[in-house]
Design a protein around this ligand. Structure first.
Ligand SMILES: CC(C)(COP(=O)(O)OP(=O)(O)OC[C@H]1O[C@@H](n2cnc3c(N)ncnc32)[C@H](O)[C@@H]1OP(=O)(O)O)[C@@H](O)C(=O)NCCC(=O)NCCS
Length: 200
C-alpha cells in the first residue's frame, strides 16, 4: 500500500509506507537515478552513452524544479521501509504534472503527465498508480478535468497501467523514427475526471 499526501505537504514523521510528496531540488540526484534506470538501458554499447543521458536528464530536471512554476509539479514517491529491492533508495518513483492551456483551436485545457517511472525493486506495488492518483488530485486543484499523457505503442507495462487507471486512446502519432520502423508510434491517452470530484 502507498500513502498519498493529498495536501502535498511534507512527509509525516510517523509514516511507515511510501508517500507521495512534491519533489525538491535536493531530490534531483535520486530522481535522475530512477528516470535514467527506467528509460535507458545500461548494457552493451548503450553503457557508453548512459552518463550523457543521465547528465541531460539531470540538467533538464534541475531547470524545471528551479522554475518554481505554479503550473508544474514534480512528485516523488518516498519509501519509508526497507521493502522492495533490499536497499532503501530515497525515491521509489516519480511523475511530473504540468498545466497545459492550449489555444482554443488546439484542444482542451488539461494536465499533462510525463516522466512517470518507478524504481525496479518497487514495481507492482501500486507506486505508479498512486502517482497517477496524485496527478488527478493536482488536476482537480487546478480546476482541470482531463489528464493526458504519451506512451509508446510497444510499452505494454505502461499501457496496462494506464488502461487500468481509466485512460483511453485519443490518437496514435507517427514520428520520423516510426515512419522508418526504427521506433514504435506514440499514443496520446486521456482520462476525463468526474466533475463531482472537483473541490467545492
Ligand atoms: C510502467 C511503470 C511506471 C509501472 O509502475 P508500477 O509502480 O509497477 O505500477 P503499479 O504497481 O501501480 O501497477 C498498476 C497496474 O498496472 C499494470 N502493470 C504495471 N506493470 C505491469 C507489467 N510489467 N506488466 C503488466 N501489467 C503491468 C497492472 O495492471 C498493475 O496492477 P496489478 O499489479 O494489480 O496487476 C514501471 O514499470 C516503470 O517505471 N517502467 C519504466 C518507465 C516507463 O515505462 N514509464 C512510463 C512511460 S509512459
Amino acid at each position: 500500500m502507498v500513502q498519498i499526501d493529498h495536501n502535498l505537504s511534507p512527509l509525516p514523521a510517523t509514516a511507515t509506507q511510501p508517500l507521495i510528496r512534491p519533489a525538491r531540488i535536493h531530490d534531483v540526484d535520486q530522481l535522475t537515478d530512477v528516470l535514467t534506470a527506467s528509460f535507458y538501458a545500461d548494457s552493451g554499447w548503450l553503457q557508453w552513452v548512459h552518463p550523457f543521458m543521465r547528465l541531460s536528464i539531470q540538467e533538464d530536471l534541475k531547470q524545471r524544479l528551479r522554475s518554481q512554476s505554479p503550473r508544474y509539479v514534480c512528485l516523488a514517491a518516498v519509501p519509508t521501509s526497507a521493502e522492495g529491492s533490499g536497499r532503501t533508495p530515497a525515491i521509489a518513483g516519480t511523475a511530473e504534472a504540468s498545466l497545459r492551456q492550449p489555444w482554443p483551436w488546439q484542444g482542451d485545457r488539461h494536465v499533462y503527465v510525463s516522466n512517470l517511472a518507478v524504481e525496479q525493486g518497487f514495481r507492482r506495488q501500486g507506486v505508479a498508480s498512486a502517482l497517477l492518483q496524485s496527478c488527478e488530485h493536482i488536476a482537480q486543484r487546478w480546476q482541470v478535468d482531463e489528464l493526458r499523457l504519451h506512451v509508446m505503442e510497444d510499452n505494454r507495462a505502461a499501457q496496462a497501467l494506464y488502461r487500468k487507471a481509466g485512460f483511453q486512446t485519443l490518437q496514435a502519432e507517427d514520428t520520423p523514427a516510426s515512419w522508418f520502423g526504427l521506433q514504435a508510434r506514440r499514443l496520446l491517452l486521456r482520462k476525463h475526471l468526474p466533475p463531482t470530484a472537483r473541490p467545492s
